[in-house]
Design a protein around this ligand. Structure first.
Ligand code: ADP
Length: 716
């Protein structure tokens, strides 16, 4: 059967070509374009979807962070509330315990309570207050006129007369005239001072010690606590007396006392005391030997501690100044709404402090209690928020940043410039007043996700287009085959009817002539009989060719093989050809080289093969044919070649002559009768034996067809 090929397609008419191309466009081009469009849209949709997903995911993350932070703050509030409850129930022991526990919470930096319109920090001892307390100056109030007079006289003796002994005596008389601790400590300080002037250091030391030990909390006329003033004098005096070790010890002790808030001081009193202590320490430092390194280190430690406590005290004093009015403002609201809470952001030194305030009423007197806490912003960022963010598992392509109102970054590493903002929001109730920003760090992120998906689309598209192409090719082939079949059928009918008609016509005419007895010459009659025989033989050959081919097509053809001697078969075929031709000088020569082995073949089929080949050789050899049939063999095959000196076959046709109905296009051949079926049958029969047929030919010089038949080895 013929194959679909480009060559055949090119032979098709122009209209059919246009139709075929149109069909190709409709069946292949349009679906491919449509699929491409769908794939492109699919990719676009995917990208939009992916972006949308990321945006809503980031927005959820930001919401979840805000909600979690709010929960943490609420939990601090809850504990503050509990604390308020304990305070309201006036359970002092419980309050201290709960306060300690509250203070240990991560987020709590400081606790405060409004007491007597005054904000207090129960967890922290302030080093000093920023207001100076009114000094209790009035000696008369407790000492009366006598005391006044004695003191005036003593001062006169001390400062004007420089009679120190008398001054000491007078001050001592004054001492016995009062019981007021402040005045006693003032007088003792005066006695000590006069003793120093008089050079009686022992007396002076003793009096300073008494003030320091017994009247530590008394208040001197300048408002300074007696203990502090006496100790300051003591460290200077002992140093002056050359007792560096004693002075150093006392200096450390005094510094420590000052830092633990032994005395209630105002800012300038604290500053003054600290300066005095440090200058004494500086003098001592110069006197220290390298062995006293410890002392130097200790002073440095105390100085550092003092710095940080001063800083904290200043901060809390500022906080108090700023928070107090806020609370006082809200006091009424607190009274009305029990357990009301308020979130405040208080700015101190350009820094925003987060404050929670809760108010409630005391159970008995219905007074408002207001407590509050300063949140530890550092802990909020580095502990709470950092933990939450770590659990959000953002991945390397995304980052989370927290900024304050001034757009200063508080959390997260700086985003690269090409990063893209995906979500931004504040915290709940704008507390803390910061904003959360989520960013896609790598702008090629989507590209990366989508590139793999894009290649899947691309390959799927290629596969679908290939499948379509394959489908179209298959359909085209089936159609071509059907068309070819239709053409073959019509060719067959026309060829066969034509090929049958001419031999039948000549048989009929000759038979009529013979029958009517019009042919008188015996020689002529014999010639006519020969022609009738030849034509009949040709018809027989044609009919058997057609029948054999039909059987081969229906697959009902079977070889009836037997072991035969091929030279005998060939001799009989050639002899029979001679008989039919009626020519004693038959131009067919048989050459058999070497004795031939018996061969297992279907003699009838091989007879058909040989008849067709010899018939062709005779037909296409013109007036003086010379035909040689050669038989030879090798180890495995037997070869029969039929060589003629005829018109030959052009090179480009040698393959096609074995196709059904193919006849050479050459004019010479067209004049010679034939159906184009012979060689195709020869090929089928030879191949049915497991052999093949080949041809070598040269135009105008002749052709040689060679049949190869395999020798089946007979075991017997
Ligand atoms: P037919 O001979 O009836 O046309 P065949 O199938 O026997 O059909 O041969 C096919 C074609 O091959 C012929 O039409 C002819 O052109 C060419 N052909 C076959 N045998 C020969 C030959 N011996 N010499 C030249 N051409 C040949």
């Amino acid at each position: 059967m013929n194959q679909f090929s480009i060559r055949k397609f090119l032979k098709v008419s122009f209209g059919a070509k246009v139709k075929a191309l149109l069909l190709l466009l409709i069946s292949l081009g349009l679906p491919s374009l449509f699929l491409m469009f769908l794939a492109f849209r699919g990719i676009e949709n995917d990208q939009a979807l992916e972006e949308q997903k990321l945006l809503s995911h980031h927005s959820e993350l930001a919401d979840s962070l805000a909600a979690k932070v709010d929960r943490e703050i609420s939990s601090v509030e809850k504990r503050l509330q509990d604390l308020l409850g304990v305070i309201a129930s006036s359970n002092k022991a419980g309050y201290m315990e709960q306060l300690k526990e509250f203070a240990s919470s991560t987020l709590v930096d400081e606790f405060f309570i409004l007491n007597d319109n005054h904000l207090q920090f129960p967890l922290t001892d302030l080093l000093y207050e920023n207001t100076s307390k009114p000094s209790l100056q009035k000696r008369t109030r407790s000492g009366g006129a006598k005391l006044e007079r004695l003191i005036d006289q003593a001062e006169e003796a001390e400062f004007q007369l420089k009679n120190y002994d008398r001054a000491v005596v007078l001050y001592r008389s004054a001492l016995s005239a009062t019981e007021n601790n402040n005045i006693i400590s003032d007088l003792l300080m005066r006695i000590a001072r006069v003793s120093v002037r008089a050079g009686d250091f022992t007396q002076a030391l003793e009096n300073f010690r008494i003030v320091s030990e017994q009247y530590g909390q008394s208040q001197l006329p300048g408002g300074q606590p007696g203990g502090l003033a006496a100790q300051l004098e003591l460290i200077e005096l002992t140093l002056h007396m050359g007792d560096t070790v004693g002075s150093a010890e006392m200096t450390f002790k005094l510094y420590e006392n000052l830092l633990v808030g032994t005395w209630t001081l105002n800012r300038s009193q604290f500053g003054l005391a600290r300066t005095k202590i440090e200058s004494n320490a500086a003098i001592l430092n110069k006197l220290f030997t390298p062995a006293d390194l410890n002392a130097t280190r200790k002073i440095d430690e105390l100085r550092l501690k003092a710095d940080s406590l001063v800083f904290r005290t200043d901060f809390l004093l500022d906080l108090r100044d700023l928070v107090s009015p806020v609370i006082l403002d809200q006091r009424l609201d607190f009274l009305e709404n029990k357990n009301m809470n308020s979130h405040q952001v208080i700015e101190i030194n350009d820094h925003q402090n987060l404050i929670l305030i809760i108010g409630g009423s005391q159970r008995y007197d219905n007074n408002v209690i207001v407590v509050g806490t300063l949140l530890d912003e550092g802990a909020l960022l580095s502990d709470v928020i950092s933990n939450i963010v770590n659990n959000l598992s953002l991945g390397e392509h995304h980052s989370l940043i927290i900024t304050d109102e001034m757009n200063e970054r508080l959390y997260g590493s700086p985003p690269p410039e090409e990063s893209r903002l995906t979500a931004s929001r504040g915290f709940q109730g704008d507390f803390p007043p910061w904003s959360i920003e989520l960013r896609q760090v790598d702008p090629r992120f989507f590209e990366q996700i989508l590139s793999s998906r894009r290649s899947i689309y691309f390959y799927a598209l290629i596969i679908v287009i290939l499948a379509l192409t394959l489908g179209v090719i298959m359909i085209a082939r089936i159609m071509a085959r059907e068309l070819e079949l239709a053409r073959l059928k019509s060719d067959f009918v026309s060829t066969v009817s034509h090929e049958f008609r001419s031999p039948l016509t000549s048989i009929r005419q000759l038979s009529e002539m013979l029958h009517s007895g019009r042919v008188s010459s015996e020689e002529r009659r014999n010639h006519y009989y020969g022609v009738i025989l030849e034509q009949t033989e040709r018809l027989t050959l044609m009919v058997s060719n057609i029948l054999d081919l039909a059987r081969i097509d229906e697959r009902s053809f079977r070889l009836n093989c037997e072991y035969i001697r091929v030279e005998e078969l060939l001799e009989s075929i050639i002899a029979r050809t001679g008989q039919i031709a009626g020519d004693e000088k038959l131009p067919v020569r048989l050459y058999v080289k070497d004795p031939l082995p018996v061969i297992h073949i279907d003699p009838e089929a091989i007879t058909h093969v040989m008849n067709n080949l010899i018939d062709n050789a005779l037909k296409y050899s013109g007036k003086s044919p010379e035909i040689t049939v050669k038989v030879f063999h090798d180890e495995n095959n037997l070869f029969i070649s039929v060589k003629d000196n005829g018109i030959g076959i052009s090179e480009d046709e040698t393959d096609r002559i074995f196709e059904r109905f193919y006849r050479s296009g050459d004019e010479l051949t067209r004049k010679i009768k034939g159906s184009g079926l012979g060689l195709s049958l020869v090929k089928e029969l030879v191949e049915a034996h497991g052999g093949n047929i080949s041809v070598m030919s040269e135009v105008d010089r002749g052709s040689m067809f060679t049949v190869r038949l395999p020798l089946t080895k007979d075991e017997d």
